[in-house]
Unconditional design. Structure first.
Length: 114
């Protein structure tokens, strides 16, 4: 499985961005896809998860601002980020999980200026 993430960039506080992650390869076996982030000097944080059955959840820290979705082909997930805050600044990583195997995308940088 290969994951390609895109959509990061520089945005002012209160702005919006959409991150995309496209999976290729043995995607039919993917159990879930998720977005993580790592802010400077902090541990990696789970941001949002999309399960194979279509259920989804987001972290409390971004609830009401971030939404995870997937396209009809079920090989791309998106993270819609609204009302961005400086504390959302981080490298965002896409994860695809197949049983106990975890595959990571290359990361995309989101910078939110105050």
């Amino acid at each position: 499985v290969q994951l390609q993430a895109s959509g990061g960039g520089l945005v002012q506080a209160g702005g919006s961005l959409i991150l995309s992650c496209t999976a290729s390869g043995n995607i039919i076996s993917i159990d879930k896809m998720a977005w993580y982030r790592r802010a400077p000097g902090k541990q990696r944080e789970l941001v949002a998860t999309m399960y194979n059955d279509g259920t989804a959840n987001v972290a409390d820290s971004v609830k009401g601002r971030f939404t995870i979705s997937r396209d009809n082909a079920r090989n791309t997930i998106k993270l819609l980020m609204n009302n961005l805050k400086p504390e959302d600044t981080a490298v965002y990583y896409c994860l695809g999980q197949l049983g106990s195997l975890a595959y990571w995308g290359q990361g995309t940088l989101v910078t939110v200026s105050s």
